[in-house]
Design a protein around this ligand. Structure first.
Ligand SMILES: [Zn+2]
Length: 182
């Protein structure tokens, strides 16, 4: 897969030169592919994933979704209000937010509103990776709350993330970051 960089077992990430395009993560095992976010269309994805999970509805994460992708999941709250920059792909369905087995991986979903109402974080219990979308970034920064989000909810969500037993933060933009166990 050109451009993808390995970050953990079965797991790769794709970043583009574009400053706006969100990072795309791919879990691939036994020929099945699960994508976390799809970028804004600038990330070259020459395959249709079996599942695509969106961390939230902003276009820089959703516009890369193709109409023929079979299963595209997004938190139900993201369908309710068409907040600024939110673009819901036509084939997106409501994420049931239940634990999901994918090969030997077990994904757990956390609703972490603040950046948008339907923002989520995804923990891969096998690798300890936390896909945090635009909720939490490396270096202690976090996503904007003025694009349809809320400061109070962001505070609660960041406190929740602190309790998640992850090893490596994999945000929707910028660098990865190991969890600093205080
Ligand atoms: Zn966003």
């Amino acid at each position: 897969m050109p451009g993808f960089e390995e970050i953990a077992r079965h797991t790769r990430m794709l970043r583009t030169d574009s400053r706006t395009c969100g990072t795309v993560y791919l879990i691939e095992e036994n020929g099945r592919r699960l994508l976390i976010d799809a970028g804004d269309g600038q990330a070259k994805l020459d395959f249709a994933p079996d599942i695509c999970i969106l961390t939230h509805g902003h276009f820089d994460h959703t516009r890369g979704v193709k109409p023929d992708w079979e299963k595209v999941l997004m938190h139900p709250a993201e369908f309710r209000f068409g907040g600024p920059h939110i673009e819901v792909p036509k084939n997106a369905e409501k994420n049931p937010m239940k634990e999901m087995k994918f090969g030997s991986h077990l994904l757990e979903f956390f609703h972490t509103p603040g950046h948008t109402d339907g923002s989520i974080c995804i923990l891969d219990r096998k690798t300890g990776l936390l896909f945090s979308g635009d909720t939490k970034f490396a270096g202690g920064s976090y996503g904007r709350t003025d694009l349809g989000g809320s400061d109070e909810e962001m505070e609660r969500s960041l406190a929740l993330i602190e309790k998640i037993p992850y090893k490596l933060l994999c945000p929707g933009h910028g660098e990865l970051e190991e969890k600093n166990e205080a």
